[in-house]
Design a protein around this ligand. Sequence first.
Ligand code: KIV
Length: 266
Amino acid sequence: MVKKITVKTIQKYKNDGEKFSVLTAYDYSTAKYIDEAGIDIVLIGDSLAMVALGYETTHSIGVEEMSIFTKAVAKGVSHAMVVTDMPFLSYHTDIPTAIKNCGQMVRFGANAVKIEGFSDYILSVIKRLVETGIPVMGHLGFTPQFLNTLGGYKIQGKTQEAAEEILKQAKELEKAGVFSIVLEMVPQEAAKYITENISVPTISCGAGKYCDAQVLVSDDVFGKFSDFKPKFARKYGDMKELIYNCAKKYNDDVKNGRFPSDEEIF
Ligand code: KIV
């Protein structure tokens, strides 16, 4: 019997000062291998709009698509916690719609949802979700769904005042019941200050080494997505090269009569 990572495990990691890992996945097989590698949280990030579906921003993906990818990933995972990133407009209009859309992800296999941003409304959504039995991961700092209001991909929390503001928001999210908070594109020292002053784990997405956990987009880690590389991402492999080479060899074999062989026919 595989021991499942839960919100309790995640909190224990923070209490014990043990780092944990978060990685995105969008399909069954990738999720399976990531899970087998020991990743603690598999995130179906709305980044999939850009890296898997080729859209320019994360705004273009909706609840229906996220449901399909959630089902696929959840089927591949047995140990890690599965978290679905709620897409743009899926929780912003009213609380009943937020509960319905987030609840749908849980029905399809997610163990929690991630919600971006901070406002009184967001706090009330988080409270209601937690009361409903849906754990929530918060997301502060640079929040891609607010790209247009933030005026681009900009580092957040650069001044002492701005860092204090993020800390204030983090404390409010914590009070509302989130089990963890992603800090995206926040200077390392600001993220350290925030991490040391809240009780729930922080997850760095380009926020340095002092957060309780790290998250990256798997297509960046595998070297699959090549349109751009965020400064904070680390490439551990070259899937682009691998895919290109395999496709090229297959193409050559088909065209030169080397595929199929006698072992590959009935
Ligand atoms: O969409 C995503 O993949 C994310 C993580 C990188 C935090 O939000």
